[in-house]
Design a protein around this ligand. Structure first.
Ligand code: 13P
Length: 343
């Protein structure tokens, strides 16, 4: 394990004012998002879309790393350069999603577990050779009347820890992502309790599996009311409760924490991150807090692009705008006025 390389990668991923671009949607997810935006789906369209994002000039100043899908890390920029080499050439670290998606957890109705540990050691070596320096594994926790069960939490935490150890052995920074879903009508308190249980169990599993916390990045979901809840918590409350649960469970040794957007609106995703980084709060945070968004960074751009070459530049502008807004939020300098002022 090359601690010097791993430390340098982790530090660069959470550099001030920068965050991660999650562009690792599977072909199936891409097909759904493309259909919603009226874009015909094909491997070449997915390549073109990713190239549109990666060549947006604002990437250099706002994005530290990109999470790629297996298909994309094997694809090339129009110049013939691999996407991983292209990203490196602009100072952006290539990363790779290595989980195999979720499946039903046996004997546990409504609960999921993530696949992908089989053969992972071998694949990880190949990804390192292709230029990946960090990886992502997403576990999914659903809130319902009698779920999540402790068995589901444990199974997902254990898989995250096994994955993280494999990453570090291959000198790749593990991004561990236990996503507590927004779906449901639960209260913010219920989300807090589930998130706390998940994070506690995950930290214990990471320790049991000899994972170095100093070389691990958490990709967390925010503590939110369910999307169908009647009285949804305010932006200030979401920021405060999220920081509270992280302080309770995540050691200061962790080099940084990034967030997924998870179906929140673009504005909420920026506002909530800003709440956690604003003056008076950020001084008390032991770790940098930044974004690792997919939808809240580039769904707006997809809707502008619609697969048409004449919309390419306007789509890049839409993406650049969200990059800049979330970069401001990572510094605690975002305001609702900046949304229109910067356009
Ligand atoms: P969203 O920001 O759209 O939730 O996606 C982030 C991600 O990488 C989920 O695994």
């Amino acid at each position: 394990m090359d601690r010097t390389l791993l430390s340098a990668t982790a530090k660069a991923l959470v550099a001030p004012g920068k965050g991660l671009l999650a562009a690792d949607e599977s072909a199936g997810t891409c097909a759904k998002r493309f259909a919603a935006a009226g874009v015909a789906d094909s491997e070449e369209m997915r390549r073109t879309y990713r190239e549109m994002l990666f060549t947006t000039p604002a990437m250099k100043s706002t994005i530290s790393g990109v999470i790629l899908h297996d298909e994309t890390i094997r694809q090339q920029h129009s110049s013939g350069q691999s996407f991983a080499d292209y990203l490196n050439s602009i100072g952006v670290i290539p990363g790779i999603k290595v989980d195999g998606g979720t499946r039903d957890l046996a004997m546990a109705p409504g609960e999921l577990v993530t696949d992908g540990l089989d053969g992972l050691q071998k694949r990880m070596k190949e990804y390192f050779a292709m230029g990946a320096r960090f990886a992502k594994w997403r576990a999914v926790i659903t809130i319902g009347e009698a779920i999540p069960t402790s068995r589901c939490i444990w199974a997902n935490a254990h898989a995250l820890a096994r994955y993280a150890a494999i990453c570090q052995e291959a000198n790749i920074i593990p991004v561990v992502e236990p996503e507590v879903l927004l779906d449901g009508d639960h209260s913010i308190d219920r989300c807090f309790d589930v998130t706390e249980a998940m994070l506690r169990t995950m930290m214990s599993q990471l320790a049991d599996n000899k994972v170095s916390i100093e070389h691990t990045i958490l990709k967390a979901s925010m503590v939110l009311s369910g999307k169908d809840a009647k009285n949804r918590a305010s932006q200030a409350e979401v920021g405060a409760r999220t920081v509270e649960v992280l302080k309770r469970t995540i050691p200061a040794a962790m080099p940084g924490i990034v967030f997924l957007s998870g179906g929140q609106s673009d504005i909420d995703s920026a506002a909530h991150l800003n709440e956690m980084n604003k003056p008076g709060v950020r001084e008390g945070n032991p770790w940098p807090l930044t974004f690792s968004y997919s939808r809240a960074l580039h769904f707006a751009a997809l809707k502008v692009w619609r697969g048409k070459p004449e919309n390419y530049k306007a789509a890049q502008n839409a993406f650049a705008h969200r990059c800049k807004m979330n970069s401001l939020a990572a510094k605690g300098k975002w305001t609702i006025e900046s949304e229109s002022a910067a356009k």
